[in-house]
Design a protein. Structure first.
Length: 310
């Protein structure tokens, strides 16, 4: 037999695949699914981070209150802060209270005023942090009355309303993330549908032969579904792995931004990106779901196309 002669797989006991395992269109589809999987898993990861941050903030704020003693002419700010602290400690429902030091206050103002800002010439109030064991309306009213009697002008800030706003923001982020995820999955289905129609058209003669020998549409659809499931898994794993790697290296990348001028904001944002074990599990589940969506979309498209052939 000549070396240039084409071997017939059926003569040597080999099974020739109906769909080529590797092709230019197959490689392009893997790239498209990888991009879609990356966007989907990135969205899921950021939604999870937003939920974690909101839960942490709600946990800290739900039982926290702040007393603000503002500076005024002729007022001894330290003395008034101590009076407000004593009044708070005697009030029912207050489990713990302490005055923020000047250094801690400056640290709180640093994100807005910058590091090393001279606050001596600014009317910076003294802050007292309260932890409530019972934040009933009766106890809060009693605390406000005690402050008005001991330190007129002291302001009691209740963070409960801000906690409710955080809950609303968290729900909005979740809804927005799920909307983006739905759009990405829809684009994945459309991409796979176009690729499947092209694959069926390219193997039309083979499909007609399979019909001639008695193969059912379900068998042919299964072949296409298995083929596109493999492509989908490859693309989904690539996209999901890149997204997971970015989350895992976020703190390292933040240190790199600190090396460049003007990179402080980006570094702060990336350093706050921390995904827990559940987040990585959701990324893996999302990547697998993208692959399954690709396979199901391929199967439905094959059935639709085969009906037109029939």
């Amino acid at each position: 037999m000549s070396t240039n002669e084409t071997r017939d797989p059926t003569l040597f006991g080999e099974q020739a695949p109906i769909l080529p395992s590797e092709s230019v269109s197959g490689g392009s589809l893997i790239a498209v699914i990888a991009i879609m999987s990356f966007l989907a898993t990135l969205t899921v990861g950021f939604v999870r981070i937003a939920n974690i941050s909101a839960e942490d903030w709600r946990g800290e704020l739900s039982n926290e209150m702040t007393i603000q003693v503002k500076p005024a002419e002729g007022r001894d700010l330290d003395s008034d802060a101590n009076k407000a602290l004593a009044a708070a400690q005697k009030s029912p429902g207050v489990a713990d209270a302490r005055i923020y030091t000047k250094e801690e206050t400056e640290k709180l103002l640093e994100p807005w005023l910058g590091a090393g800002a001279d606050l001596k010439s600014l009317p910076v109030p003294r802050l007292i942090r309260l932890h409530m064991s019972d934040r009933s309306e009766k106890n809060i009213a009693a605390l406000r009355y005690a402050l008005s009697q001991s330190v007129p002008g002291a302001v009691l800030n209740d963070h409960y309303s801000f906690s409710s706003r955080l809950t609303a923001i968290s729900h909005t982020v979740w809804f927005s993330g799920m909307t983006i995820l739905a759009l990405v999955l829809s684009a994945t289905v459309l991409s796979v549908s176009f690729a499947t129609r092209g694959a069926v058209a390219g193997t039309r003669a083979t499909v007609e032969v399979l019909h001639f020998v008695g193969a059912r549409n379900s068998y042919i659809a299964h072949l296409f579904q298995r083929h596109f499931l493999k492509l989908g898994l490859k693309g989904a794993v690539i996209g999901g792995a890149i997204a997971a790697l970015l989350f895992a290296l976020s703190r390292f990348i933040s240190r790199l931004f600190n090396l460049f001028a003007g990179g402080g904001d980006a570094a702060f944002l990336l350093s706050s990106v921390s995904l827990d074990a559940r987040g990585y599990f959701e990324i893996a589940a999302t990547a697998l779901f993208v692959a399954l969506i690709a396979a199901i979309g391929s199967r439905l498209t094959v059935y639709s196309t085969l009906r037109s052939i029939d």
